[in-house]
Design a protein around this ligand. Structure first.
Ligand code: ZN
Length: 83
């Protein structure tokens, strides 16, 4: 069993992208905080994410044109309406 395949890691790695959008619950945050000190792999991912967030925050606020957003959305695979 590798770290990457173990369940807590999976969950933490899944959660990390959501930190960019501050889209996480206190419970999820606690879980990540609990896990990071024990797992170098996830800690590394977290630090990389943190750096990215810091970089984004230091950038001047960008007004992304709606057309750009639309163009991005068009390139994403369509989400199925039903699960
Ligand atoms: Zn981990």
């Amino acid at each position: 069993m590798t770290d990457r395949d173990s369940k807590p890691c999976r969950k933490v790695l899944d959660l990390l992208p959501r930190f960019i959008e501050n889209d996480f619950s206190p419970e999820e945050w606690a879980e990540v905080q609990e896990h990071l000190p024990h797992c170098a792999g996830c800690r590394q991912e977290y630090e990389a994410m943190q750096r990215l967030v810091d970089t984004l925050e230091t950038l001047p606020t960008l007004d992304v044109p709606a057309s750009f957003k639309e163009a991005v959305m068009r390139h994403l695979p369509a989400k199925p309406d039903k699960p």
